[in-house]
Design a protein around this ligand. Structure first.
Ligand SMILES: Nc1ncnc2c1ncn2[C@@H]1O[C@H](COP(=O)(O)OP(=O)(O)OP(=O)(O)O)[C@@H](O)[C@H]1O
Length: 644
């Protein structure tokens, strides 16, 4: 078993009566109540608070097995000797017998970046960032997912999530559009592929049936966003689609509405009595919270109709999941591991499947998830790509992933690019602050003191950093909660809920919360640790500035680990018309020399890869305004070079 696999201890949420569990391999560590520490909001109901992490702050109970060895914690809050890869001993002590011997948990406080720089390759023992991921995304979720559902996967997961809201007011709770919502209409749209259907301008033109239309109105949608204007008719026309549109611009409804419309037109009805459910649509997303959010959207749009969406994801009780599926299922939303498990158990058949949707498609097809996606499309009964409609959505599409995605799509799929592929949302004001590792914590504090109760997501590089920073902020009387892959599912959901309601206005998160999450009123994103990939950065800052609202993203740039990101950061900043600090340009310049580096020059050449000398011929049938690709075709080769 790989190191990282060992790190994924099962998430068990049955009986813990304490708050934050640190389950990093060597048993489960409790954080005990501390003296005078700010109660951690997400653990309120558990009667636990954060322990003051000074001195020997965290004390664990050792534990058995696991990978991290000697349980217990010793906290090296300010140690300068810490290993940036998280290999040295920080939290330690106890007597665990983990394979890694004496490592124990290490939390280096400010000294802990815990974030190796390479793409791929194991990045440190406690790395949150999944080693196999090209995107630097935390894929631990689904690993946990799989481990939890296996027959011999350790303690049984008994967590049953609370039922979704039944009152209409909650189901249709709206995310208010912001002042820049109408500016979406000015974004350049590029549609490539043969004979793309004509875009719609209004929801009326989408030809939605009455109940669906009613639900769209109740959701507060008055006009479609560009990805919906183009995506809905493309999907309704039965075409495969690879769609790229900026974060927060309504991709979810772009695929849900035409799918639900088709299912309603055809009058599907899920049978409650069947031992095997045969959904017409499967939607896959990389994290539990995101798939649950998509499910809630599907449920909202399908409200009062015969179409029944169901969600399945890891960290929850399998029996419960199966019972939910067997109540009837037309639209099955799932994380890959749990989905494959349910299919493997014969509870879900695929013979009626018409739609396969990969949300965060570039993530679903990168090295972390690609094998699962291949397994999914090779599952018994899965219609071939010619006999199903496959829809891929994301805000970022590295070109290699685009090429790979073609394996899942019909040859004549349509590529839809709203704005710059991989570009950041221009409603997010981005600033980059040069820091040293040891000043980050104080700077974060200062920042959060100026933002007051405004909702802020703080992204860090590792799970233990997330715990550590959350603890620190709680002690500083800033109500904070945290979400990461080592927290129990119940805790993760509670953390998100506390953040959504504003009970805890600060959420410290690993990359597990970087993609897709749509939380109203998030005004700030802080990259306490910058991610290793620029796509990850784009997704993280996209948690704010959604749906035409304005947001702010502040990133701490520590030249030591972050220099490799400088160049693409400059590109993203200038692509979103943001100010580029001189020092950052200089770092980018000196890091890569002068060849081909034109930081202020347009543009992201990443667009439909079929244009790049392949067999595909561009048919600019529907470019609203000049296409980003066409606009820069002369410099495309140069620009391509500028991508990492
Ligand atoms: N036409 C519309 N009118 C009003 N609000 C909308 C419309 N379309 C979507 N929204 C709202 O905008 C928000 C963002 O939508 P969504 O989560 O689908 O974005 P996304 O493009 O998938 O973002 P990400 O790339 O981060 O996953 C949601 O709250 C959604 O309900």
């Amino acid at each position: 078993m790989d190191d990282w696999e060992e790190d994924q201890s099962p998430v068990v949420s049955s009986s813990s009566s304490f708050g934050q569990n640190f389950s990093g391999g060597s048993g489960v560590f409790k954080s005990f109540s501390g003296s005078g520490g700010q109660q951690n909001g997400n653990d309120d109901d558990e009667g636990s608070s954060w322990r003051k992490p000074a001195e020997n702050g965290f004390r664990g109970r050792g534990g058995r097995g696991g990978s991290r060895g000697r349980g217990g914690f010793r906290n090296n809050f300010n140690s300068e000797e810490e290993d940036r890869n998280g290999d040295s001993e920080g939290y330690k002590g106890g007597e665990g017998r983990g394979r890694r011997g004496r490592g124990g948990f290490r939390d280096g406080g400010e000294g802990d970046s815990g974030r190796g720089r390479g793409r791929g390759g194991f990045r440190g023992k406690d790395e949150d960032v999944f080693s196999k991921s090209r995107s630097g995304f935390d894929s631990t979720d689904d690993k946990e997912d799989k481990e939890n559902v296996g027959e011999n996967a350790g303690p049984k997961v008994v967590y049953v999530p609370p039922p979704p809201p039944e009152e209409e007011s909650s189901i249709f709770a709206q995310f208010a559009t912001g002042i820049n919502f109408d500016k979406y209409d000015d974004i350049l749209v590029d549609v490539s592929g043969s004979n793309p259907p004509k875009a719609i301008m209004t929801f009326d033109e989408a030809g939605l049936c009455e109940s669906l239309n009613k639900n769209v109105v109740k959701s507060g949608y008055t006009k479609p966003t560009p990805v919906q204007k183009h995506g809905i008719p493309i999907i309704s026309a039965g075409r495969d689609l690879m769609a790229c549109a900026q974060t927060g611009s309504g991709k979810t409804a772009a695929f849900l509405l035409p799918i639900l419309q088709r299912l309603m037109t055809d009058g599907v009805a899920a049978s409650k009595f069947s031992e095997v459910q045969e959904p017409e649509a499967i939607i896959v997303a990389p994290t539990r919270e995101l798939i649950n959010q998509i499910y809630l959207e599907a449920r909202k749009f399908a409200y009062g109709t015969c179409v029944r969406p169901v969600v399945v994801y890891g960290g929850t009780n399998t029996g419960y999941t199966i019972r939910e599926v067997l109540k009837g299922c037309n639209v099955l939303c799932g994380t890959p591991g749990r989905l494959l498990d349910i299919i493997g158990r014969g509870k879900v058949g695929l013979s009626k499947l018409r739609y396969l949707v990969l949300d965060e498609a570039d993530r679903m097809l990168d090295m972390g998830f690609e094998p699962d996606m291949r397994k999914l499309v090779a599952s018994p009964g899965m219609p071939s790509k010619e006999d199903r409609q496959t829809l891929l959505f994301s805000a970022t599409y590295p070109e290699d992933i685009q090429r790979l995605a073609a394996d899942f799509l019909k040859v004549d799929y349509i590529f839809l690019a709203v704005g710059v592929v991989g570009g950041a949302c221009s409603d997010v004001e981005q600033s980059i602050i040069q820091v040293t590792q040891f000043s980050k914590r104080e700077q974060l504090l200062e920042l959060l003191r100026t933002t007051g109760n405004e909702r802020t997501m703080v992204f860090v590089g590792t799970k233990r950093s997330a715990d550590f920073i959350a603890t620190f902020l709680c002690q500083e009387k800033i109500p904070t909660t945290s979400i990461h892959g080592d927290r129990e599912q119940r805790e993760r959901e509670k953390a998100l809920s506390d953040f959504r309601t504003g009970q805890c206005p600060v959420l410290v998160a690993t990359s597990v919360a970087a993609r897709g999450l749509d939380i109203e009123h998030v005004q700030h994103v802080v990259n306490f640790d910058l991610p290793s990939s620029i796509d990850e950065y784009v997704h993280r800052i996209g948690r704010t500035g959604r749906c035409g609202n304005i947001g702010r993203a502040v990133s701490f740039f520590d030249p030591e680990p972050d220099t490799p990101l400088a160049r693409s950061l400059v590109k993203v900043l200038s692509g979103a018309q943001q100010e580029v600090p001189k020092w950052l340009e200089e770092i980018a310049f000196s890091a890569h020399g002068t060849t081909g580096f034109n930081p202020r020059g347009k543009v992201f050449a990443s667009t439909d890869t079929r244009r790049g000398g392949g067999s595909f011929k561009t048919e600019p049938a529907q470019a609203s305004g000049p296409s980003p690709a066409a606009a820069t075709s002369a410099s495309a080769a140069d620009d391509e070079d500028e991508w990492e």
